[in-house]
Design a protein. Structure first.
Lengths: 158, 115
């Protein structure tokens, strides 16, 4: 996997680069709850970004629905740890709308504690860097495929 | 676990003590004075412990028993509890002039107590 970090929206690039370095994360996505990717790090194939973004968006939606059923605010973060890798998924509000961060880390080089710690910094940096007064762009179903293709072209330098 | 931390925090100059999961860097139990960033210390100490362990294995000198980082404004002291303690690190944050020997003794006692 390439450690390269690329962004569709440039204001996300520096905070994400810092997070990847400090948390020693293997792969990271910054996305909207609709699955629109703003930045990625560590992915080498567009199909992996598409799958990860779709699955992350589905998890955000399903845990949000579960929280509503329980009459609770949305869950702040979700963590899953396997034998060699862990993943961390959390969302926060910004001027760009709600954003989600999916981070995959190797247990040999990082930990949930480190990822949580530097995620808080990432969320704060993204909130500070997000364009002020910007109305979150709505991606219509009719435009989704074109938007997705444009994003993937930007992320993979095509 | 609280009793184990009491052993450490009663030493004069200790600003806080924690039991930290070495594997994921999360706090298991804590007694910290205000101003000590427990989550950050726990995550970074666990990361450092893992790297030190690998360095010591590479050097062929076995596992670490105690480590002490002296800063200008304080000290970080850690006893890795080992597998018998479920991979728990016993961590103390102290003033620069703390009695290191006494804190070390209490950290070792606390590590035994959490087994």
């Amino acid at each position: 996997m390439s450690p390269q970090t690329r962004a569709v929206e440039n204001w996300t690039l520096q905070p994400l680069t810092d997070f990847v370095r400090e948390a020693s994360a293997r792969m990271v996505l910054v996305l909207t709850p609709a699955g629109q990717v703003l930045a990625q790090s560590g992915f080498s194939r567009a199909v992996d970004v598409m799958s990860a973004a779709a699955l992350a968006a589905a998890i955000v939606a399903s845990t949000g629905a579960l929280a509503r059923e329980l009459r609770q605010p949305p869950f702040a973060a979700l963590s899953h740890q396997g034998r060699k890798h862990g993943f961390f998924l959390a969302s926060f509000s910004s001027e760009r709308g709600t954003l989600a961060v999916l981070a995959v880390y190797d247990l040999a080089v990082s930990s949930l504690g480190l990822v949580q710690l530097f995620y808080e910094q990432l969320a704060a940096d993204l909130k500070a860097a997000s364009p002020k007064g910007a109305v979150p762009k709505q991606v219509l179903a009719a435009d989704f495929e074109r938007e997705l293709t444009d994003s993937l072209n930007t992320l993979f330098g095509r | 676990m609280s009793a184990a931390l009491d052993l450490i925090t009663r030493v004069r100059g200790v600003r806080g003590a924690m039991l930290v999961s070495a594997e994921d860097g999360l706090i298991v139990a804590e007694q910290l004075m205000e101003g000590v960033k427990g989550a950050a210390v726990a995550a970074l100490a666990a990361s450092l412990a893992g790297r030190l362990q690998r360095a010591m294995e590479a050097a062929g000198i076995g596992s670490s028993v105690f480590w002490h980082l002296q800063g200008e404004q304080g000290a970080l002291l850690v006893v890795p509890g080992g597998n018998a303690a479920g991979g728990i690190l016993v961590v103390a944050v102290a003033e620069p002039d703390v009695n290191i020997g006494l804190v070390r003794l209490e950290l070792l006692r606390a590590a035994e107590a959490v087994v």
